[in-house]
Design a protein around this ligand. Structure first.
Ligand code: PEP
Ligand code: MN
Length: 448
């Protein structure tokens, strides 16, 4: 079945798809995608439309998007504690934005499907042996052996089931009372509570507590969904197109196509060619779509992407995730904003302060400096204010755990400490305390 201009859920196959694994067994891949196409969707069209409506608000400055989670989700970390801790930090950040920043936060996890990674090279040399690169748990294993690194489509199916159980837990937590504002103090984790950020958070939580008690005292009901429940949406990079195609379904109420693997999908910096398979696939589904934009972008090319992915200029459809780097953002972002503003395009401008601020420390760890991250965010806001455009969100690699992967922050993690709890399978993440610190800084700027 086709919709606009010859799109079908498999029309991407007529275009070049970069960053796809070399699957050794095509038949096994086909079998997996056939099985997957019969399994239930992970998210529903109605939820996707809700997120799009919220993002439309973010494009106007009436809400703020917090998109965050692992660089690459790890199958072995799909556990209740890990999911709960990541969720707690997202909830804490959202409460800081809403209470200290005065703006509703839209919570979108890099979660329940962020299992596939683009790599700069197909192979890498480990201890003198050339191995296929690790491409995420949905493709192969990170261990350094030919067997582990050979892409295996059965991991796609495993990823689907793990995404389903992650979503199940997120839905239970967000609907079942855990995320109720009465519990705002309980989201502070022990290792954070004693830190400067944890103390600031506790002060804010106590004020919210008091406000709720006051409402109760004077008879305003607080047993309402706005207080008792919340919604966390899911997102991942739509990289493995056979997986995305298999989860793309027609919404029975509207007859429209949605990619039901997540609420929001984004296209990475390496796969956003206007005539490439990823753009072809995503132009036909009605989900909110993100596109990463690095410092080497070409403005005319971005205009073409906007025209291809959002021809109707629907607010909330398109989020541009800029990742220029703290040293480049002042050179690169103003012209981009100015030119796109001239087109009158509705965009959620989202700042990824992680991906162009990565370097290798003296200890040999891939890391990021908290100051660079904050600098990029601050400059992002200032440039938007100067250009008269709207800073709509932040895109972070973060975890609820007490990891030591990024240097700096209130506790000033130094390079020598990185090895203590360096647990990421891909890029370095902010820990819970560093994430909270970012939220306080942003809250200060959004109330501007
Ligand atoms: C990522 O978000 O992990 C990533 C690979 O980003 P980018 O496409 O911006 O490099
Ligand atoms: Mn990353």
């Amino acid at each position: 079945m086709t919709n606009q201009n010859g799109w079908t859920k498999s029309s991407w196959k007529n275009y070049t798809a970069l960053q796809q694994p070399n699957w050794p067994d095509q038949k096994a891949l086909e079998k997996v995608t056939k099985d997957l196409a019969l399994l239930p969707p992970l998210v529903f069209a109605g939820e996707i439309r809700t997120l799009k409506a919220l993002l439309a608000k973010a494009s106007k400055g009436e809400a703020f998007l917090i998109q965050g989670g692992d660089c690459s989700e790890d199958f072995s970390q799909v556990t209740a504690p890990t999911i709960r801790e990541t969720m707690k930090v997202l909830l804490q950040m959202a409460v800081v934005m809403a209470y200290a920043g005065g703006k509703p936060a839209i919570k979108v996890g890099r979660i329940a499907g962020q299992f596939a990674k683009p790599r700069s090279s197909d192979t890498e040399i480990v201890d003198g042996v050339e191995l296929p690169s690790y491409r995420g748990d949905m493709v192969n294993k990170s261990e350094a052996s030919i067997k582990a690194r050979t892409p295996n489509p059965k991991y796609i199916l495993k990823g689907y089931y793990l995404a389903a159980s992650t979503l199940n837990l997120l839905r239970a937590f967000t609907r079942g009372g855990f995320a109720a504002l009465h519990r705002v103090q309980a989201w502070n984790q022990e290792f954070v509570a004693q830190s400067p950020m944890g103390r600031s958070y506790n002060r804010l939580a106590a004020q919210i507590d008091q406000a709720i008690k006051f409402m109760n005292t004077i008879g305003i009901p607080t047993d309402i969904p706005q207080v008792n429940q919340t919604q966390i949406f899911t997102s991942h990079e739509a990289l493995l197109l056979p997986y995305e195609e298999a989860l793309t379904r027609i919404d029975s109420t509207t007859g429209d196509w949605y990619d039901c693997s997540a609420h929001m999908l984004w296209i990475g910096e390496r796969t956003r060619q206007v005539d490439g398979a990823h753009v072809e696939f995503l132009r036909g589904v009605l989900n909110p779509i993100g596109v990463k934009i690095g410092p080497d972008h070409d403005i005319d090319n971005i205009k073409q992407l906007i025209e291809t992915l959002n021809p109707e200029n629907e607010p909330g459809r398109l989020t541009l995730i800029t990742r220029m780097g703290c040293d480049n953002i002042e050179k690169k972002l103003p012209a981009l904003l100015r030119e796109i503003k001239k087109e009158g395009a509705h965009i959620v401008w989202n700042c990824d302060p992680m991906h162009a601020n990565t370097y290798t420390s003296e200890s040999g760890h891939k890391t990021r400096n908290f100051n660079d991250i904050l600098t990029e965010i601050t400059r992002f806001f200032e440039i938007h204010w100067a250009e008269g455009t709207i800073p709509g969100g932040v895109h972070l690699e973060m975890t609820g755990k007490n990891v030591t992967e990024c240097v700096g922050g209130a506790r000033n993690i130094v390079s020598e400490e990185l090895h203590n709890r360096y647990d990421t399978t891909c890029d370095p993440r902010l820990n819970a305390e560093q994430s909270l610190e970012v939220a306080f800084q942003i809250a200060d700027m959004i109330k501007h």
